[in-house]
Design a protein around this ligand. Structure first.
Ligand code: BJ8
Length: 427
């Protein structure tokens, strides 16, 4: 029997300008983390095979697809934040990808240009760029930033010295004036991507893009809804991975695969089949986003015997819970709807941000959570400031809260495990 050799992507990576030995080291480290966190799980649904495949090819086949697309004249746009409307990018014929920001890399180089006490997400994306190990940013014809937190908006100035960067100005309140202001920024973004691609956005192309992206979010909503069941049909870690992959993968293919996975999960729920015993402790996680390969907290919680039933975060419900209206008929109305939907995202950069607090309580109740873990990256002032309000609201709803501040290093895993286990004991 002949074995098919795994494709060798080194030439493609070299053409993208990656530092090959360092990149090889990164892939090996991520593969090891993945094996330990994911491949050790019992009774995973068959549909998670797709997640394994995508992850195993995340710097391979997907980058090859982007490469082929660009060689045919297509443009790729990289983003770091939920506020960048994927619909606009797709309607102009470009592809949108989330950029690597979930692992500690080249901090020694990063700390030469920004303070050591910067959040891990920002240091990570800068480290990936400086060390030349992120094929997504090297495949991005344009990176679209946003003025969310102070750290990010200043980091985009530094990134702008070494990459093509465009920054959307995001208001910090959600009143009518702010919406009108944001709507103008969305229209400006449209002009920018039209200039990049040479394609005009039309009512037809935007309608199609709105539908495609809504369909992706609907598939993720179906998966999320199955976690109301006890036992849960899949691990929270796998649900987190599905949401992380939503930022990278081909949109129609991903939607189809996630609907297939949702079919399987719904069938498991109907049969009462789960991945953890019925009655396992249920935890809702809220806070700052978890980019690939940041699976640390979920891994700790689920290895301690509990299940993560949901994420109120940008790599969770904030990504898929709201859709853009599909009722508009004109291009202008569609831009209005997009502006409205995106301004509705509950990031802590807004003041006030009561919508997030309400979402945490609502989700905890809907998903039957026994407790909430509020997760904040070190040096993220915005989410750290909101921890107090989250704790008050969740306690008022009768549930305990554990606050966690951490980063991407593995040094505190022992200490975090002890705290999580003690928290689970008291649920
Ligand atoms: S919409 S959460 S993806 S900004 S963790 S870099 S806030 S210091 S990531 Fe975010 Fe968009 Fe908001 Fe979501 Fe700054 Fe905090 Fe770091 Fe953060």
């Amino acid at each position: 029997m002949t074995e098919t050799a795994a494709p060798d992507y080194h030439q493609m990576w070299a053409e993208l300008g990656l530092d090959l030995p360092t990149h090889d080291m990164l892939l090996q480290a991520v593969g090891g983390m993945y094996g330990d966190a994911y491949l050790t799980q019992p009774n995973r649904p068959e549909g998670t095979g797709y997640l394994d495949f995508v992850l195993s090819e995340v710097h391979g086949l997907r980058i090859k697809e982007l490469d082929d697309f660009r060689k045919q004249g297509g443009k790729v746009v990289g983003t770091f934040c939920l506020y960048v409307p994927e619909e606009i990018v797709r309607a102009a014929g470009a592809w949108c990808v989330g950029l690597c920001a979930g692992a500690e890399f080249a901090y020694d180089q990063v700390e030469q240009i920004m303070p050591r006490n910067t959040c891990a997400l920002i240091k990570s994306f800068m480290g990936f760029k400086l060390a030349k190990v992120c094929p997504y940013i090297e495949s991005s014809d344009l990176v679209i930033g946003e003025t969310t937190c102070d750290g990010k908006k200043k980091a985009y100035e530094l990134l702008g010295d070494i990459h093509n960067v465009y920054v959307m100005e995001l208001p910090q309140t959600k009143d009518a004036k702010a919406l009108a202001f944001w709507r103008e920024r969305v229209a400006e973004l449209m002009a920018k991507v039209e200039e990049l691609t040479g394609n005009k956005v039309t009512a037809d192309s935007l309608r199609t893009a709105i539908k495609e992206v809504n369909d992706k979010r609907r598939a993720l909503q179906r998966i999320a809804a199955t976690f109301k069941a006890d036992p849960v049909p899949m691990s929270g870690k796998d649900r987190l991975l599905a949401t992380q992959i939503a930022f990278y993968d081909d949109v129609p293919r991903f939607t189809q695969m996630m609907n297939t996975l949702a079919d399987e999960l719904e069938a498991r729920v109907a049969r009462g089949e789960g991945v953890a015993p019925k009655g396992a402790k249920r935890v809702l996680v809220t806070g700052t986003p978890m980019a690939i390969p940041n699976w640390k907290l979920h891994d700790i919680i689920e290895k301690a015997g509990a299940v993560v039933v949901g994420e109120e975060m940008c790599t969770g419900s904030r990504y898929y819970q709201d859709l853009v209206s599909e009722d508009a008929t004109t291009l202008d109305e569609m831009i209005d709807d997009i502006a409205e939907k995106y301004l509705d995202i509950n990031c802590a950069c807004f003041t006030p941000n009561q919508g997030r607090i309400d979402d945490v309580v609502r989700m905890a109740k809907d998903l039957g959570a026994d407790g909430v873990i509020d997760y904040t990256l070190n040096f993220c002032g915005l989410y750290a400031m909101e921890q107090h309000s989250v704790e008050d609201a969740v306690k008022a709803a009768g549930l305990p809260v554990l606050r966690i501040e951490t980063d991407y290093s593995m040094e505190d895993v022992g200490q975090l495990s002890t705290r999580v286990e003690a928290f689970l004991e008291m649920l």
